[in-house]
Design a protein around this ligand. Structure first.
Ligand SMILES: [Zn+2]
Length: 201
């Protein structure tokens, strides 16, 4: 996945942000809108332009809002120490479930940001301000879990380490993605390689 870059006309200058204590998730409270729509709406509020740093559409496309290292306009009293991510949709009313593509993009984005902002807490807007944002149908727990469920790519669990070293050394597996799921044909191939090695064929 990638972030689509945008060129906005800002009304005034953006200030640099020095702290990132929170990653705040929002919904647009609009069933269908683009990053440009939000930019226009926020200009009409008298702001410098789109107040979020990132915007995720229902189809999973991710767009840049404000540069990531600037102060946003998305969460009263927390803008100088947070990053704002907004999801297209009205998850307090008409949108009662989130499309899989959008959910996957949000999971990816949150995981990527946490690699950079390791101490930042991921929260919903309503945890910091009196608002219903991002709505009761916003799958916050799932988005957080999805991120936690990503296993470290190249490290087997402690209890599997000796076996993993052996099967890799014996050429029974290629040694990639130790915590990934496996298909029946992959099991068959591994058994076949073992049988060949043991002289059973
Ligand atoms: Zn919000």
């Amino acid at each position: 996945m990638t972030v689509n870059e945008k060129n906005y006309q800002w009304s005034g200058s953006l200030s640099k942000r020095t702290k990132t204590d929170y990653i705040v998730l929002h919904h647009a409270a609009a069933a269908m809108c683009t990053a440009d729509d939000i930019h226009r709406w926020h200009l009409n509020n008298g702001w410098a332009g789109i107040g979020y740093h990132l915007f995720v559409r229902k189809n999973g496309e991710i767009y840049r809002g404000r540069p990531i290292d600037t102060v946003g306009a998305h969460c009263l009293n927390y803008n100088s120490r947070s990053i704002g991510i907004c999801a297209e949709g009205a998850y307090d009313s008409t949108d009662t479930s989130m499309p899989a593509a959008q959910k996957a993009a949000l999971m990816w984005l949150v995981a990527e940001l946490r690699k950079v902002y390791k101490t930042a807490k991921v929260v919903q807007h309503k945890e910091l301000t009196a608002t219903s944002c991002p709505g009761r149908y916003f799958p916050f727990e799932e988005i957080l879990k999805g991120e936690a469920a990503n296993p470290p790519a190249d490290i087997p669990s402690d209890w599997a380490e000796a076996a993993w070293d052996w099967v890799r050394g014996a050429g029974i597996t290629d040694g990639t993605n130790p915590q990934g799921a496996i298909t029946r044909e992959q099991v068959a191939v591994m058994l076949y390689r073992f049988a060949a090695r043991a002289g059973l064929l």
